[in-house]
Design a protein around this ligand. Structure first.
Ligand SMILES: [Zn+2]
Length: 365
């Protein structure tokens, strides 16, 4: 289901193809996030048009609302949300440990109160996989215990061992399931977790528990370290990280899959990612700026609208403004991944990275 196509000659960057029952995904890939079964402010048609090959959704959120029964009766998540390309569902481990209230964690599972209505739920790792099976997700993630930074080593070890035990119980006969490497910022814990997961054997491996408040150098150190223990022939997914710099660094370390709310969240706030950096479209500088957001971009927004008009939409709280900037941002990310893949194909990833940041850090507007 994963084919490693080519390895860059000057770094650990690689290109591959991941095959699921709903289609193929070229890696390295970016997965737009549709937590509630929708990539905020964009229709599936627009997402498709922007070039998305896969989207991400969240089992915890969809379990709470609308609930498993509704999605099952609808004929699965793809049909319910009208997106017929691959879907990766996150287990919601991260959300249970960050959003839900009053958690009681035991080896058996996790008891928590919904952050929406306060209702109590108890989920075992088996239940979390079952939920995702009912959704008919293409790629499932097991329940994991995610710790924040800083985390004392003894607790990080307890959480890592529990995640391992849970992941063991999550194994499925059908569908793709990834293992998640935890262990906070401790190399020995991360190594042990990665090695145990590889012994059990999964369809892919994810690095979880990053971007939880740790400094950047520690984060990159852990990603680089863990990547060295993951098998070459399986896809590697870096969970929840997605500033352009994070993506470039992690691709260089051999990571294949990324997801992040940043392009749409920033888009809704009027911040656009363009080839010369990030711009805030509300700024007065753009009042009479009739250039597109990014003159190097071919997206619908850039082909049809000016910065002045987008600024006007944001200033008048018009919904179209946040839709158009979100659309551009998602397009920008997906196109960036395409360029990264092309650069790896030509063994010039390192040069491309340099060129990208020469322009991106330049702030010429
Ligand atoms: Zn654009």
């Amino acid at each position: 289901m994963f084919k490693l196509i080519q390895q860059d000659k000057n770094s650990r960057a690689r290109i591959g193809k991941l095959t699921t029952s709903h289609g193929e995904i070229d890696t390295p890939c970016f997965m737009p996030v549709g937590t509630q079964g929708t990539v905020k402010a964009l229709s599936p048609a627009e997402l498709n048009d922007a070039g998305a090959q896969i989207m991400l959704s969240n089992a915890y959120h969809l379990f709470l609302r609308p609930g498993i029964e509704v999605i099952k009766k609808a004929g699965g998540l793809h049909k319910f949300i009208s997106w017929y390309k691959p879907i990766l569902t996150d287990s919601g481990g991260y959300q249970i440990f960050s959003l839900a209230l009053l958690r009681k964690v035991s080896d058996e599972g996790v008891e928590f109160q919904s952050h929406i209505d306060g209702l109590k739920h108890f989920l075992r790792p088996e239940d979390v996989v079952d939920i995702q099976k009912n959704f008919a997700s293409d790629i499932m993630m097991p329940l994991d215990e995610c710790v924040h930074y800083p985390c004392a080593k003894d607790y990080a070890e307890v959480a890592m061992k529990r995640t391992l035990a849970w992941v063991r119980r999550s194994k499925v006969e059908s569908g793709l399931l990834f293992g998640i490497v935890q262990g906070a910022t401790y190399e020995d814990l991360r190594k042990e977790c990665a090695q145990r997961l590889v012994e059990i054997g999964f369809d892919g491996y994810a690095i979880g528990g990053v971007s939880v408040g740790e400094p950047k150098n520690l984060r990159y150190n852990i990603i680089n370290f863990v990547a060295g223990y993951l098998p070459q022939e399986k896809p590697r997914y870096l969970m929840g990280l997605g500033m352009p710099q994070d993506i470039f660094e992690a691709v260089e370390m051999g990571m294949d899959m990324f997801d992040c709310v940043i392009p749409t969240r920033y888009g809704r706030n009027g911040t656009a990612f363009i080839s010369s950096g990030k711009i805030t479209i509300r700024n007065a500088t753009y009042t009479e700026d009739f250039k597109p957001l990014d003159d190097k971009c071919d997206c619908y927004t850039c082909k049809n609208f000016s910065r002045a008009y987008l600024r006007h939409l944001f200033n008048t709280d018009e919904i179209l403004g946040l839709r158009l900037v979100s659309w551009h941002n998602v397009y920008f990310y997906l196109e960036l991944m395409q360029k990264i893949r092309e650069a790896i194909r030509q063994d010039r990833f390192i040069d491309f990275k340099k060129e990208f940041f020469e322009s991106y850090n330049n702030k010429i507007e």
